[in-house]
Ligand binder design. Structure first.
Ligand SMILES: [Zn+2]
Length: 84
């Protein structure tokens, strides 16, 4: 599988995970908030803030919090303020 095929597969997986639900998210600063997130966001494929895809560079992700009993949410570097 070459890089372009891999990217296409990744895009297809993310496209299939767009069902939005409300989740209780425990942010890394200790706040418990209720957020509407897609499955892709909850499973760490997309930034929880701007929905950019997890890639490299400015799309690189950092953990931002936990969805109780589900998984970890991430923010891209641009949203965490690391790209100034
Ligand atoms: Zn973002």
């Amino acid at each position: 599988m070459n890089a372009a095929e891999k990217q296409e597969l990744f895009a297809r997986v993310v496209a299939s995970k767009q069902a939005v639900r409300t989740y209780a998210v425990l942010l890394d600063d200790g706040q418990l908030v209720s957020l509407e997130l897609s499955e892709a966001q909850v499973e760490g494929f997309e930034c929880m803030t701007c929905k950019t895809l997890c890639t490299s560079g400015l799309g690189a992700f950092r953990p931002a919090g936990r969805v109780l009993n589900v998984g970890t949410v991430f923010q891209c570097v641009a949203c965490t303020g690391g790209a100034r």
